[in-house]
Design a protein around this ligand. Structure first.
Ligand SMILES: Cc1cc2nc3c(=O)[nH]c(=O)nc-3n(C[C@H](O)[C@H](O)[C@H](O)COP(=O)(O)OP(=O)(O)OC[C@H]3O[C@@H](n4cnc5c(N)ncnc54)[C@H](O)[C@@H]3O)c2cc1C
Length: 449
């Protein structure tokens, strides 16, 4: 019997992948120009896909591994984020940070740290520029008294499970950021700040040196099983493989899986021009910092310096629910205006500094916060649906799918295979309308955070 899964759509991006654009040019593109066979084919070269490929090299060192990426390396969501690899729970759409039980939090933290450890081992093995993977921690910024108390109760929750944090007052926040916007902050040391495009490109280079074939501009459009194993087709060629791993984020649904169960959220961010010396003097503060908002729907801010691609500030806020996975130019323009306002609120003296880039990126959530990391059909696996912290969760589910494909059981496989199915969403347009109203309301509630 033949089983066929055909892609209804492949990724379309809105705005540039800024983290890639600020680095020196990429290696020459490697395209798929012939039919090939492999032991494993991985679809998608983001955090999940590259982590799956790397875990496969560990578990099956002799295996032939092929990765197919729809676009260029480091131009999808993996290079459109804010670059916080966070070890502590942070639930988008949840009741803040401290709603879970202590045991669940501890287990989640252990899994997150395992993924960060795996990323660190790639950085060491491939001798990746340490500026691209900087274990400096991050700050949860508070703008209002309410957010300040949230931070204080978050600190108390962390202390209860033996996790360190440091309270920063308004003066310390101003000394760090150059902004008087924050009333306080909570520093936690376990976050790694990555240059996402630098990290992803370098992991891909390391994998290639280790014999993994990674093809770009190679969107998988059909995955079929004729009884003799799986064949993945692109527009021009076919790759046959014993086992296939979908690591293509929300585009798993484009192949007909988890239909109407995945929430396709697009987040937006802007990055300033490279700040000139006189602007930096006016700004003050230290050259690198990262601030997540105390309210998950608030604004994430990050400052970077030269080795990461220039002295720049990144502002991330605004979200839309787009089941068709196509962010519009209008939504991008709206987000750009909000970013300008949020930036000016924080840095009034810099309000005329231009933004060089504004972009949208795809985040795949489920209502019940679960991923789709399992065997979908015999020898067909999935590592999709990161639910927010995709740098870490994507790494976890990629590792886990590779382990499942190799018959290995671990804490990661046990955790994700025990999860329920993603909850069914109401049909569109109810879901689209309802979710977008909800997101705008949450944005409004987040106020100046
Ligand atoms: C503005 C913004 C800020 C964010 N900030 C953070 C943050 O600070 N920390 C954090 O942890 N997360 C953050 N995220 C989320 C994070 O970027 C994503 O969750 C993460 O990239 C998901 O990783 P992934 O590997 O699952 O998917 P992706 O990174 O999307 O990788 C999937 C890849 O599959 C490819 N693909 C899709 N379909 C096909 C196909 N048919 N054939 C071949 N290839 C295909 C895509 O081109 C893509 O490269 C942010 C996201 C955005 C948009």
């Amino acid at each position: 019997m033949t089983t066929v899964f055909t892609a209804k759509r492949t990724p379309v991006h809105r705005g540039p992948a800024a983290w890639s654009a600020i680095l020196p040019g990429q290696d020459a593109i490697v395209e798929l120009r012939e039919d090939l066979s492999a032991d494993f084919v991985v679809i998608g070269a983001g955090f999940a896909g590259l982590s799956a490929a790397r875990r496969l090299t560990e578990l099956a060192p002799e295996a032939k591994i092929i990765v197919l990426e729809a676009g260029r390396l480091a131009e999808g969501a993996c290079a459109r984020n804010s670059g916080f690899m966070i070890d502590l729970p942070h639930e988008i759409g949840g009741q803040g940070y401290s709603g879970n039980g202590a045991a669940r939090n501890r287990a989640q933290i252990a899994l997150n740290r395992q993924a960060i450890g795996f990323a660190k081992s790639a950085v060491e093995a491939y001798d990746i520029d340490r500026n691209f993977f900087d274990p400096v921690g991050k700050v949860n910024g508070a703008v209002s008294g309410k957010a300040d108390s949230l931070n204080r109760s978050y600190a108390a929750d962390l202390a209860q499970i033996g996790e360190a944090s440091e309270y920063l007052d308004a003066k310390a926040m101003a000394e760090m950021t150059g902004s008087r916007h924050y009333v306080s902050g909570l520093f936690t040391p376990g976050t790694v700040m990555i240059q996402p495009a630098g990290y992803v490109r370098s992991v891909a280079q390391g994998l290639r040196r280790d014999g993994v074939a990674i093809f770009e501009h190679a969107p998988a459009v059909k995955v079929e099983n004729t009884g003799a194993g799986w064949t993945v087709s692109t527009a021009t060629n076919r790759v046959s493989a014993g086992k296939v791993i979908f690591a293509n984020n929300g585009h798993l649904e484009s192949f007909g899986f988890a239909r109407q169960r995945l929430m396709h959220i697009f987040l937006y961010a802007s990055m300033t021009v490279d700040l000139a010396g006189d602007v930096l003097k006016k700004l003050g503060g230290v050259p690198r910092w990262g601030i997540t908002p105390s309210d998950p729907m608030g604004t994430t801010m990050r400052r970077i310096d030269g080795p990461l691609g220039g002295n720049r500030i990144v502002t991330r806020t605004c979200a839309s629910f787009l089941p068709e996975m196509l962010p519009s130019e209008t939504a991008l323009q709206r987000a750009a205006k909000v970013h300008r306002r949020k930036f000016a609120d924080r840095f009034p003296a810099l309000s005329d500094v231009p933004m060089e880039f504004t972009w949208a990126g795809h985040l795949c959530l489920s209502r019940n916060g679960v991923a789709v990391m399992r065997e979908l059909e015999k020898n067909l696996f999935s590592a999709c649906g990161c639910n927010g912290l995709g740098t870490v969760r994507g790494t976890q589910i990629g590792m886990g799918a590779a382990e499942l494909a190799c018959g290995v059981t671990s804490d990661i496989t046990r955790h994700f295979t025990a999860e329920e199915e993603p909850t069914q969403l109401p049909p569109p347009p109810i879901s689209t309308f309802g979710a977008n109203i909800y997101l705008r309301w949450k944005e409004w509630m987040a106020g100046k955070e």
